[in-house]
Design a protein around this ligand. Sequence first.
Ligand SMILES: [Zn+2]
Length: 467
Amino acid sequence: MMFHRARHNRIGLLSLIVCLLVNHGWSQDTPQAANITGPLLLIQQASLIITFDQSLGAGPLGTLEDADVLIEGDTIKQVGHGLRADTAKVIQGQGHIVMPGFVDVHNHLYQSLFRGGCGEEDVLGWIEHCNMPVRLAATAAEIYDAVRLSTLDLINSGITTVADWAHLFAPEVAEANVRALSDSGLRFVYGYSQQRPGVEALKQLKRDWIDRNPLAAFQLTSGTTARSREHIRFMVELANELHVPLHVHLLEHIQQRDDDPVQILQDSGALALGGNLLVAHSIHLTEAEIVLLAKHGVRIAHCPLSNMRLASGIIPLPQLASAGLQIGLGLDGGTNDTNDMFSNMRAAVGLQRAATRNPQVFPSVTEVLQMATITGARILGLDAQIGSLTPGKKADVIMLNMRTANFGPRWDWLTQIVFTAQPMNVEYVFVNGRPLKEHGKIVNNGLAEVLDRLDSATGRLKEKMHH
Ligand SMILES: [Zn+2]
């Protein structure tokens, strides 16, 4: 009896151990545990949350007051009032606005190399006298540092996704460029181009640096001048082969009408890419061309600060919007010398108001906030992942501190974001749930070293400029 009992007890103990081991081994498959994919972060009692999802809150931007955002790992888990998560790290949100990070749909990050360069030139002079000579003289290491500098500026300004339009860089320069983007922690779309003989290097770069990085996506790039007629045809062919979008510059300068670039887009098959064709600028379009672009569902990158700096002209934004075109905002690199999305929104609104003497013209405050977030995400084909605080989307979230000398008091916070806010109001930046700016400071930035190296390069690079 004793023996039996002892054996029974041993078996009981054994089953208990086996049971514990099995339970431990299977714990990821239990429904409760399967949802735990990373640490919990609770932003509590935020004074205003702008979700950009009408199903989550009030008005066209889906706003909530004194509410919470729960982030789990890389994902937005819940948005609402009185959320609880006992194990979560908590950030107090009083006096703060929480919203999705900004999406910059058109930039050239290496161009921080020559900020302030050719300050009295239009785009054609700027390209000839600054951009081209400096770009050709810069080393891969200098391109890395310049891109790194721009990414720090983007993070500082609350931008969480950037489309970086690169030129026909040599493969080692392109690699330095995309390495700096990867090191930044930002979500990014790399736009790159090669001639036919270099296409294997392009595909290799895409495999090594884009396809393996969940924060990265790829675009092909091209010009739309008469000289690029053959190249754009090749890029359209490649875009169809690789199933990636094509991103081009279109009618930035009035003289570019001479090449009839919309016809080039038509003839090359680029227009047929539809929503997979992203055109930057598109200032000097005819009415018939606006209708044609809208018919194909082409996407537009509007860069108002750049258009002002280079005297390019004023885009007919209300006509583009009423034709049904989707328009996002871009910062356009050295052609505006900053990555400040608040200034860019202000300029997008201000240019149209000044041109029409109508304060109710497109874009309104609501519309420009959408352009800088959810519409930008849509234009880059990323709206299923980012652009709003919809639960299930990636946690690309920013927090703005409104209790500052430049921002308070609270009158109309949505309007204040557009007309009053500055990058200094950006207190927290999360990309994929990871903090890149905390307590108003960029995390792990290495800024001083980057600036030292760039400052010692500018002397040599300035000598390469044509005067
Ligand atoms: Zn550009």
